[in-house]
Design a protein around this ligand. Structure first.
Ligand SMILES: *[C@@H]1O[C@H](CO)[C@@H](O)[C@H](O)[C@H]1NC(C)=O
Length: 223
């Protein structure tokens, strides 16, 4: 992970790496983990059939709100270097790793009628690599990278988003507040006092819909 990612909140990762993990002072069974998000680390922004998402659009077409015009086009290049990343996770001594699925990598148009097999294979490979190394994968289904075609339809201001219901959310408050209220995060919709509430309602409904699907299928969301 040598290249700087655009949006890094891997402070814990760095901290653990520097101090070396001492698991002895924690209770038995304590679960150690680190987390990333797809846009922060993957790169490969248009490779093997991945579609465009709202951050790709913002950093390529503007308005240019990111410092130095940095992009996540390459980021940590985890799309190509996931095996090295798993080696580093192992070195850290963590037994859990949370990452997010790039919706646009799996469903390039945002909809389920076109599945990108290479994207599916990427996550299968990553999950296998993690399991082979004794690290349990924990998946975030949505970490802020909405497919651009869905944004064209209104994004989280369109209640039909609830039917695109296979995701649940990283930091839902932030998605709505800074994406649709203050509007300084993609898709830059400045509608304070209105946009974030409509977005919030639709996000909650989408989450509930996804939860019921998990529940019906007896999926394990958390321990
Ligand atoms: C970012 O790119 C835009 C468009 O090319 C340009 O107008 C702007 O000056 C650039 N900003 C920086 C900090 O390089």
């Amino acid at each position: 992970m040598s290249n700087a990612a655009v949006f890094i909140y891997l402070a814990a990762f760095t901290f653990l790496k520097v101090t070396a993990l001492n698991t002895k002072s924690f209770p038995k069974g304590f679960k150690f983990g680190v987390a990333t998000s797809s846009y922060q680390i993957e790169g490969g922004w248009n490779e093997d059939g991945k579609g465009e998402h709202i951050w790709d659009r913002l950093v390529h077409k503007g308005p240019f709100t990111v410092k130095n015009n940095d992009t996540g086009d390459v980021a940590c290049d985890s799309y190509h270097k996931y095996k090295e990343d798993v080696v580093m996770l192992k070195e850290l001594g963590v037994n859990h790793y949370r990452f997010s699925l790039s919706w646009s990598r799996l469903l390039p148009n945002g909809f389920a009628n076109k599945v990108n097999k290479a994207g599916v294979q990427y996550y299968k490979n990553l999950i296998k690599e993690l399991k082979d190394n004794g690290i349990e994968p924990l998946v975030t289904l949505y970490h802020w990278d909405l497919p651009q075609p869905l944004q064209e339809l209104g994004g989280f201001l369109n209640s039909n988003i609830v039917d695109c219901n296979w995701f649940t959310f990283n930091e839902p408050v932030m998605i709505c507040e800074i994406g649709y209220g203050y509007g300084y995060s993609a898709p830059l919709i400045k509608s304070p006092g209105i946009g974030e509430y409509i977005c919030g309602k639709n996000l909650l409904l989408a989450h509930a819909r996804a939860w019921h699907i998990y529940n019906a299928k007896d999926c394990r969301i958390c321990d």
